[in-house]
Every structure is written in C-alpha cells, then in structure tokens.
Design a protein around this ligand. Structure first.
Ligand code: GAR
Length: 209
C-alpha cells in the first residue's frame, strides 16, 4: 500500500484550483488523499474562505508577520509538521517556497503554472502576465503545466501538461479563462496519480505507471 496523502494547499488568491481538487476528493475521484491544511499569504484569499466552509484548518501566514525569513519558515514548518503534512500543493501561490521546505519535501511539492513550461516560466511570470507574454510572442499554443517544485523557480520536472489553441481573437483574459479550465482538469488528475503512487521522480525524470 502506498502512503496516504495528507495535503497542505498553499494559495494566494481565488483558490479555484484548490476547489477543483477538493471537489475531486469529496466526489471520490481521488482516494487515499485528504486536504488537512490551507495556508495563504493573503488574509482575504478566497481559498481561506473555501477551506473554512469545508471545516479545513485555514491559516493566514505571511512573511510580513515575522521579522526574519527563518522565523517565517519555522512557522510554516511547524504547521506542516503539526498537521502531519506529507504532500504540498501550490495552487496559485505567488510566493517562493524556501529551499529548506523544498528539501524537507523533496519531490513532494507540486505547482500548477498557466503555460507550457519550460516556456513562459520564471520570475515575473505569474497570473495574467503569463498570458500577456504568450500573446505578445504570437504563440499558436498555450496550456497548463503541473510540475514538481525544486529550488529552481518553475524549472522542476513536468508531470502533466495540456494544450489549448491561442486564437487570433484571444486577449490575455480570454486565454487565462481557457487555460484555467485545463488547470481544473489536470491538477486533480495529477494529485490522483500521486495518491495512487503512480508517479516516480528520479533526478529530473518523471515516470507515470
Ligand atoms: C492559476 O491560473 C495558476 O496557474 C496561476 O495563478 C492562478 C490561480 O488561480 N499560478 C501562477 O501564475 C503561478 N506562477 P486560482 O487561485 O483560482 O487557483
């Protein structure tokens, strides 16, 4: 038997990806996994509201509440350990995860990115900026990527991707909406594969059985 996933979700905003995963778990489409904690750097994040509605522990933890990076990261680690978290899902979390946490949860942190990585990733590439850049470079295709989080921003191995055509009439907003639909399909799917123990990561190589 593979390990039961005790998931912490980190989210900064609306939390629609968090919701999609929660719905998949509640509907029985993902077994062997539970969201035990939601953390946001924004006190008014929709993700915290959704978590509380579902009686999931929800915490506002921001770097601004602490005087040092170490204190901030120690707080995050103590929450993760306290809730026995063994898997972390970044769902629209707009802050970088500290390397100590990445090391403690090696190959056990995933992120969703609204483009076809390795293109359109890295610093400054988040939210609507990604879709603006895709349209500005006249790409015919965009999409969503789920990847493993390692120390290099948006550079960890890709687990799942799904593509969508960029139409000549697309605006950054219309493209964002199309990509978000794909995100809601592939993110629960990726969590399901991890919960079923079907993803192996060796070095930078991901294999799915
Ligand atoms: C999603 O489109 C996600 O891919 C993006 O933020 C949005 C969050 O939506 N993440 C990034 O840009 C990370 N670099 P949500 O709060 O509704 O899930």
């Amino acid at each position: 038997m593979h390990e039961h996933l005790n998931i912490a979700v980190f989210a900064s905003g609306k939390g629609s990806n968090f919701k999609a995963i929660l719905e998949a778990i509640n509907a029985g489409r993902i077994c062997n996994a539970k969201i035990v904690l939601v953390i946001s750097n924004n006190s008014d994040a929709g993700a915290l509201v959704t978590a509380r509605e579902h009686h999931i522990p929800a915490r506002h933890v921001s770097r601004k509440q602490f005087s040092t990076d170490d204190d901030f990261n120690a707080k995050l680690m103590s929450l993760l350990v306290g809730y026995r978290v063994n898997f972390i899902v970044l769902a629209g979390y707009m802050k970088k995860i500290d390397s100590k946490i990445v090391q403690s949860y090696k190959n056990r942190i995933i992120n969703i990115h609204p483009a076809l990585l390795p293109k359109f990733g890295g610093s400054g590439m988040y939210g609507i900026h990604v879709h603006e850049a895709v349209i500005a470079s006249k790409e015919n295709l965009s999409g969503a990527s789920v990847h493993i989080v390692d120390e290099e921003y948006d550079r960890g191995p890709v687990v799942l991707q799904k593509t969508v055509a960029v139409d000549s009439t697309d605006t950054p907003e219309s493209l964002a909406a199309k990509v978000l639909q794909l995100e809601h399909e592939i993110y629960p799917e990726a969590v399901r594969l991890f919960a079923e123990g079907r993803i192996k990561v060796i070095g930078k190589q991901v294999s799915i059985s």
